[in-house]
Design a protein around this ligand. Structure first.
Ligand code: GLN
Length: 562
């Protein structure tokens, strides 16, 4: 999607409590190795988490890791897909709208990802067809092999850079999907090209448990490995998702039928408390040793202190707090993935367990106090379209009037502005032109330069933009620095025509984009903690380095807890 990004390369985000990345010596070999992760039997196996956790393990051993996702669907990117279809759209610094697995990659590992790290069939075919129309194929018949597979292989080569030791490429979907075949074929060819010793295939599978028989079944896994072998791929490691522990007999059986050594049959049980236990759970199965041995890497073992610390804090929190998330896609676990993860990270930073109460914005309208009065903090995440907006405005008002810490993300900031305009500044029926194109007071609107882009077919402000923070604001106190960089994904902006009027009525402008004078942060000064941000801080938080605004929001919720 054509987008209005602020500018290209930008320094990475806010100063956090450390970078979230371990200070370990790099043992870079100078030679790149490749891991391909596939999935069998069913979708939603957690391949993305497994890939991210493996990345974390290899990083702990001093290796520089990058992760990449191949999605076989035909959309060019997930930017146009509904959260009901696809969960959250994860945005990178360069403005790429990507699969939510890239969020796991960035949370578990340190390398910065770019639009090169997410490839869809839509992009592959778009590239091939553009080349064909330009005459680049010089009269050849254009085919899946080699033309489509060549584009995929180019992306594998481009996925790392000179300083990367290991590139992990995860293939979305399940073995047997028609759309996934060109990707698997490209991976097979790639392994032949670079040499088998530099490539490792890891296959994630499910062992269903039959209660009546009291048994874990291996047949579906055998069949999905057989399908892989049919197209010339022999997995080296089998990661088995299972609800019950595997016994040795089970491991031997899988080894025999799937042609994988017994020690490479890895058990992956559901984790107890949190996804952040996964690196340690996989380490207990020695998966990192297997990878390092197979790829001939020289990387000393590590005690995983960073991850032990994260898990210890998660499991024995000293405090408790209750946060209401008021949204539109409340029933969907994945729609606000990064928001929920960032809340967890902020809990870790504050030694608190955070109970998230998910509230459907439409429910609030009838009886706000019933849903909101007992909360220690209220968060309104991003969103599009007008369903539920009046309920969100009521929630923002409730937080402001009752001194409940409030955190508005993107749409949540726009909601705060509308609420303040209507109920404090006296601008009756103030609104965003997204929800009411004829509002008498368009306090949130599309800016003229963005409107010009609309005619060209795209009009989102996407990716990292700088923001200068106001002195004595909640925000500068949280970040501890004057200039920050945060990621955006929105069309509408604070309308500066109303800037003076809203400021005079008591709204604090906490941050401004220095290039276009856009309001990035609004705050309520006489309030325990009330911050609305036009950007998406949830895309820059890590379990061991909570985003400063999330960390301060939870700290405020704890401090003013009823
Ligand atoms: N719908 C709003 C806009 O487009 C907010 C978008 C968001 O929350 N990501 O500006």
């Amino acid at each position: 999607m054509f987008a209005m990004a602020c500018h290209g390369a930008i320094e990475l985000g806010p100063k956090m409590a450390g970078t979230g990345c371990p200070s370990i010596t790099s043992f870079s070999s100078g030679l790149m190795k490749y891991i391909f992760v596939t999935g069998g039997v069913v979708s939603s196996l957690g391949k993305g988490l497994t890939s991210a956790a493996l990345g974390a393990l290899l990083e702990q051993r001093g290796l520089t890791v990058r992760l990449q996702k191949f999605d076989p669907y035909l959309n060019v990117d997930p930017g146009t897909m509904s959260p009901f279809q696809h969960g959250e759209v994860y945005v990178l610094n360069d403005g790429a709208e990507t699969d939510l697995d890239l969020g796991h990659y960035e949370r578990f590992t340190c390398g910065e990802l770019s639009r090169l790290n997410n490839l869809t069939s839509g992009q592959v075919y778009e590239t091939v067809l553009t080349k064909e129309r330009r005459g680049d194929y010089l009269g050849a018949t254009v085919q899946v092999i080699p033309h489509v597979t060549d584009i995929i292989k180019e992306r594998i080569y481009a996925g790392g850079s000179e300083d990367v030791d290991v590139l992990i490429t995860e293939l979305g979907g399940t073995i047997g999907d028609i759309e996934g075949l060109p990707f698997l074929e490209a991976m097979r060819q790639f392994a032949l090209e670079v040499g088998r010793d530099d490539v490792l295939f890891l296959h994630c599978t499910l062992l269903p448990y039959l209660k009546a028989a009291g048994e874990l079944k291996t047949k579906p896994s055998q069949q999905s490995v057989a399908k892989l072998r049919e197209i010339g791929i022999q997995p080296h490691i089998l990661v088995c998702r299972t609800e019950q522990p595997m016994n040795n007999e089970m491991r031997r059986k899988l080894s025999l039928f799937c042609n994988v050594p017994v020690k490479a049959v890895i058990e992956e049980m559901d984790v107890e408390t949190s996804i952040y236990e996964l690196p340690l759970a996989l380490k207990a199965e020695n998966i990192d040793d297997l990878v390092i041995e197979h790829l001939g890497l020289d990387a000393p073992d590590n005690d995983m202190k960073v991850w032990h610390d994260v898990v210890r804090r998660l499991k024995a929190p000293g405090h408790k707090v209750e946060i209401g998330v008021v949204g539109k896609y409340i029933e969907l676990q994945d729609a606000y993935k990064s928001v929920y993860e960032s809340i967890t990270h902020a809990g870790i930073a504050n030694d608190a367990s955070v109970r998230v109460i998910r509230i459907d914005a439409e429910d609030i309208e009838k009886d706000p106090a019933k849903y909101l009065a007992s909360l220690d903090g209220i968060l309104i995440p991003g969103g599009f379209g007008d369903r539920g907006t009046e309920g969100k405005i009521i929630a923002a008002k409730f937080a402001r009037e009752n001194n409940i810490p409030y955190f508005g993300l993107c749409l949540g900031m726009q909601i705060a502005v509308i609420e303040f305009a209507r109920n404090v500044a006296g601008l009756e029926n103030a609104n965003s032109t997204e929800f009411d194109p004829h509002t008498p007071h368009p306090v949130i609107d599309i800016m003229q330069d963005q409107k010009d882009l609309t005619t060209k077919g795209g009009n989102m402000r996407l990716g990292a933009c700088p923001c200068e923070l106001a002195d004595d604001s909640f925000s500068i106190h949280a970040y501890g620095m004057k200039t920050i960089s945060e990621r955006h994904r929105h069309r509408y902006e604070f309308n500066n025509t109303y800037l003076d009027q809203l400021k005079n009525a008591g709204l604090r402008i906490g941050g401004i984009n220095p290039e276009r004078q856009l309001v990035e942060i609004v705050e309520m000064p006489d309030h325990p903690w009330y911050v609305g941000v036009q950007f998406h801080p949830e895309f820059q938080s890590k379990p061991n380095a909570a985003h400063p605004l999330f960390a301060n929001f939870i700290a405020a919720a704890l401090k003013y807890k009823k």
